[in-house]
Design a protein around this ligand. Sequence first.
Ligand SMILES: Nc1ncnc2c1ncn2[C@@H]1O[C@H](COP(=O)(O)OP(=O)(O)O)[C@@H](O)[C@H]1O
Ligand SMILES: [Mg+2]
Length: 108
Amino acid sequence: MSKQTVGHDKTQLASYTNLTHTLTSFIGRKKELAEVHQLLTQTRMLTLTGVGGCGKTRLARQVASELASAHSFDDGVWLVELAALNDPTLVPQAVAQTLKYEKLSISL
Ligand SMILES: Nc1ncnc2c1ncn2[C@@H]1O[C@H](COP(=O)(O)OP(=O)(O)O)[C@@H](O)[C@H]1O
Ligand SMILES: [Mg+2]
């Protein structure tokens, strides 16, 4: 069972990340972890692909947690849940809500 935290202090955490603790330990994937960390130094957008259940989301969340723990980005590390959206025009709003820019007007 992992007790890993994704930041230093709970009050700082809420304004730095919305990542929550996972209930199970992250296993293996050392090569993939290193590769994703490396690729994120070169690109602003990285897509993980693979068959359902192969661990894409878990790997992404693990990397995100590590980046949050290391305070790698000044503005934090945020998970935007898009799976429930069925209208692509709602994506900017979902991002804005997660980043707490509710009043921001974004048009596609
Ligand atoms: N490296 C890992 N360590 C521990 N559990 C894992 C790991 N990779 C995947 N899992 C678990 O396997 C299941 C499927 O992984 P998930 O990341 O949701 O797959 P995908 O996003 O590719 O469909 C989830 O319950 C996830 O927590
Ligand atoms: Mg997934």
